[in-house]
Design a protein around this ligand. Structure first.
Ligand code: SAM
Length: 191
């Protein structure tokens, strides 16, 4: 039993993508937060970032399958310094935002270190954050409704990133350092 769990943990960690993440700008509904973390886990994103909403950080939805245990969420106070910090670390920050410079999300190279910036349920990504991002991306909408639910948009883009990374062979070899892999194996086995 323990052996099977160890093998599963090692397999999942060997597929983790330390260079793929999301930044949530004041996403405040617990079920959206939980659903996004679940998608992050599914594509192997190692961690997620969030700007704390005005009303405080929502508690997770218990129906999420507890993805937050496997995808740590780092909270930040301000969006622009957080974007700048991620850019300094080498991430391209892609704001999901309709603007003149927005491109179809399928035109982007997600094999590069990538952070997908997603906006609040009502207001979307702020203008300042969209400007600070390296690129604006959009999922083309052809129906009567103008936008998708934020967790659906996150999943759509994350799975395009997964597809591209799979084609590029990024799930074939572990992307995390052996020492980190060892540490996380221990932490996940004995939480
Ligand atoms: N009125 C808001 C706006 O204009 O952005 C709608 C926000 S939408 C419900 C919440 C978030 O979902 C957006 O900020 C974006 O992150 C994501 N989203 C929704 N539809 C999208 C689409 N078609 N393309 C890219 N992202 C989308």
């Amino acid at each position: 039993m323990k052996q099977a769990r160890l093998q599963k943990i090692q397999r999942v960690l060997s597929l983790r993508q330390p260079t793929l993440t999301v930044l949530l700008e004041e996403v405040h509904k617990p079920h959206n937060l939980s659903a996004i973390l679940r998608s992050c886990d599914a594509v192997g994103a190692m961690q997620a970032h969030a700007i704390v909403p005005r009303g405080g950080m929502p508690t997770y939805n218990a129906t999420s399958g507890s993805a937050e245990k496997w995808v740590p969420l780092h909270t930040h106070k301000q969006v622009i310094p957080t974007i700048e910090d991620l850019q300094k670390q080498g991430y391209q920050v892609l704001a999901t935002h309709l603007s003149e410079r927005a491109v179809d999300y399928r035109e982007v190279d997600y094999t590069r270190p990538t952070c997908i910036l997603l906006g609040a349920e009502k207001w979307g990504v702020s203008e300042d954050a969209a400007k600070a991002a390296d690129q604006n991306i959009i999922i083309p909408m052809m129906g009567m409704v103008q936008s998708l639910n934020v967790s659906v948009a996150a999943a759509t883009i994350l799975f395009e990133a997964q597809r591209q990374r799979q084609v590029a062979g990024m799930y074939r070899e572990p992307q995390i350092e052996p020492v980190t892999l060892k540490r996380l194996t221990f932490e996940w086995l004995y939480p």
